[in-house]
Design a binder for this molecule. Sequence first.
Ligand code: NAD
Ligand code: IPM
Ligand code: MN
Length: 363
Amino acid sequence: MKNFNIALIPGDGIGPEVIAEGVKVLKAIENMDSTISFTFTMFPWGCEYYLENGKMMDNDGIDKLKSVDAIYLGAVGYPGVPDHISLWDLLLRIRKDFDQYVNLRPVTLLKQSLTPLKSKTEKDIDFLVIRENSEGEYAGAGDRLFKGKKEEVVLQTGVFSRKGTERIIRYAYEEARKSNRTLTSISKGNALNYSMVFWDEVFDEIGKEYPDVKTYSYLVDAASLYFVTDPERFEIVVTSNLFGDILTDLGAAITGGLGLATGANINPEKDFPSMFEPVHGSAPDIAGKGIANPIAAIWSVSQMMDFFGEEQWGEAVLSSIKNILNETEQLTPDLGGSASTGTVGDRFVELLTAYADAEIFTN
Ligand code: NAD
Ligand code: IPM
Ligand code: MN
């Protein structure tokens, strides 16, 4: 029996609504597969916790998370607490303290009718964005001088270390080599004359070790255009923290929206736990209404299973997502249905069970 310890941080807004459905899926896997069990530990951290306790997580929160096998997070941030505090003290804190320097965000169209791009099909939109997740524009280096005065000066410094830049680019080359896909670097060396010039140099330097990998390099502005006009150019993409953040919301837009986009924050060395979460935020505009789409959070379960080495379940969850997408009425309003968050989760578990009966337990 393999037991996996999972820390649950549902967080704010729709975070708890979608994580509840993901947990249903994990429990269904546990019920079906006698070789796997999960132990869940719930952490009530987030903006409500902050308003009560004056902090986003326990003082020893990072220590409490250190020994788990994975963190499953909903969303962080809500009106009433400044975003830069809530995010820096919880989500970004975990990514940084646990050196989750790889952020894997698939941009995969699962059903043609979900893309707003005319004439694009599933085979045209199927790539993986590998986002640098520990430094760069998110280094948090800066200062604010003469606050409120007319001489006020604000600095926000990007930090691109050789170690940080090399390791993410190398990870991307390895992934491209392993999966026999092309690798595209997205940067902005024409304007960011230190950081992105360095990024481009490192991309070329490391590329010498991977002559078998076909590469492309685009400026981020043109790359944004190509995401929309020719997404088929992309197979594996590697980019900086901020560019990866922005581009993956665009990636969500061309594949059915934020209700379907997932991301894994990985510490490849496994010195620390990795974290699985939907790309979307707490969606205050729909929170509490029971209409949040839980599929992005459920796709995170697929990424988590792959990370645990339980690929047959990763595949089962992804295939069941494709299956539920064919039942439009069973989906939430963002995908044209009228189902509630909980109904989607329940129907999903039925489909996963049917899939597992047919594909896993008969083999
Ligand atoms: P958001 O991702 O929360 O919402 C953007 C839009 O997408 C909204 O219209 C929302 O209704 C819709 N949407 C998002 N997820 C959805 C889902 N599962 N189903 C249906 N519709 C969905 O972005 P925002 O409004 O810019 O940010 C809200 C808060 O969340 C802010 O505090 C922000 O800092 C935070 N945030 C957190 C994370 C995270 O925790 N990973 C990510 C992004 C934003
Ligand atoms: C994301 C989010 C975060 C980020 C925010 C909430 C700090 O937008 O995970 O995409 O920018 O990384
Ligand atoms: Mn984002």
